[in-house]
Design a protein around this ligand. Sequence first.
Ligand code: PLP
Length: 664
Amino acid sequence: MNSSRPPSAAPALAPNALSDTLSDTLSNPLSTALSADASAAPDIYGISRWGAELLTVLPSGRIGLRNPLAPTDAPTDLLSIVESLNERGISSPLLLRVEQFLGHRMQRLNEAFLAAIRATGYEGRYRGVFPVKVNQQAQVVDRIVEYGRPYDFGLEVGSKPELLIALAHSLSPDAVIICNGIKDAEFIRLALLSQRLGFKTILVLESPKELALVFEESERLGIRPLLGIRIKLTRRVSGKWALSSGDRSSFGMTISQVMEVVDELRARSYLDCLILQHSHLGSQIPHIIEIRHAVREACTFFLELRREGAPLRYLDVGGGLGVDYTGENSATPNSVNYSLEEYCTNVVETVKLALDEVGEAHPHIVTESGRACVAHSSMLIFNVLEVTRYDSPEPVVEVEGDHEMIRHILAVQRYLAPMRLQECFNDLTYYRDELRALFRRSQVGLRQVARGERAYLYMINRLKAVAQTMRALPDELRASLDNMSDIYHCNFSLFQSLPDVWAIDQLHPIAPLQRLGEPPTRSGILSDITCDSDGKVDEFVLADGVKQTLPLHELAEGEDYYLGVFFVGAYQETLGDLHNLFGDTNVVTIALRPEGGFELLHEQEGDTISEVLSYVEYDPRALMNSFKKVVEERVNRCSITVLERKQLMDAYKDSMTGYTYYER
Ligand code: PLP
């Protein structure tokens, strides 16, 4: 778990909250105002493209955080925040969440749906839910619930621990809790019982097999379920999740399974419980047309199911609303060719057109947008520890006694010209390799090889200088020269803080927090402090596209150089071991016996739900108490009996001490 966290955020959306709380320790704002204006410097990192509403470059050359909820407020110097946190003993690496960034995304999403509904005359409501797995951190979910309450915004859960989180929150009475994923009896029981507290908890059937457990538990408790059905769309999408979309999607029912479920629900007189249809296309869908087509197909299913007699009231189109990480505004894997507002309008309009065609009543629209709600709200900030330079800045001049290969290396400068750049590179590499080969055969000494390496790096530097003046360069040569960049060793762990960068080549914009008015004279890749060779970032979002190296500044003596990785609020914080809050599994070590069978050598129990909840900053006792309060209040209002109170509390308690995985 990330141990460096910002202090608790203010509970409510105060427009100036951030600058107010930190103003005591921030450096004098005048000092930034009086220094040279860096905002006029070229925006090589593309901050104005990808960070537009949230970030700016201050005249001091530092990154400023804008308050998107109060755009006329003066931006706050990010480096001063970091320094001020350092003074409090909170040092980097540091995951910084900005309260208003989250509030702003929630506001934008909900307001955009409201506007689209008003503009099109749509008769249903928007009932968005936040998928808890995208960021389960207590502070984030608490804020989402708070910002979402005026909009009847709910939560999506995919496991029992996530359901426990949802039930400990006070959602608006019209908000829904969507239960996805494969559910065991305990999960189903708790979801059913929660209806007694006024939660609209919808059990989304993932497969026909789940029906038996649902029937059994509802009959035992005497509670009619609120049911959804997850369908598998036939359409596939592009982007990072292309292979798991359409028929290859591992979740959702095929058309024949859907019919099986409908028949079974009808036969058992449960068809009236089927109120929601769910489909999820994938995450970070780059193309708006694909979203439109998928929503249209979902409507076809929806109308067919209504025709079958299911009183469907909610159409849940899942996640997929993408984030423009690169600022390219195009249908590439790390960008999207649509805005959040366009997404909302397109969804509403597509559903309306499809339903109006056949004169059917408009359903409430549910989306499960996770990434789009939280990605922008956090940034990872770390300092550079040291640099391995890939060059030799001092000129190397031929001297008496230089080995022939060194003389050849230095002679390259005589024919170094743009037209012969590739040839120069080939020659340098050949002579350097020859020198190394001679060393391996003990034909040259260590000092000569070291001098040869310096001569080679010095010449590579000169080649890079020529390359910079050229507009076109063969891709291979560009890549080779880019590969010969510095390595900036940074104070963070890629696997802990940026797992998607490693796992799925996710791009996050990265920029220095300071010296943005000063042209960077180095270029490098970033290496983390783990000893793993994969622990590096070597693809970067820049103003002129995605590049293999990041322009960086020479480190200054006695001055920390900070980098920020932006838009890391979705998935990154909990993707490691705790995705969906499934904790460590039980671990058993066995030895096979020669005569057959095995010997149990070691057994280690997996995490309980209560343990994983405490990893993400929940206090299980406090959760239990707030749940108890809600239940007791219902007893006082006579909406449940004391016996039902006991049943609810037992179910909650049992889950808390139980295993996070499926239990039989
Ligand atoms: N809903 C379901 C069922 C998911 O599996 C996911 C994530 O893949 C989401 C919602 C969230 O998707 P996104 O973050 O793209 O909004």
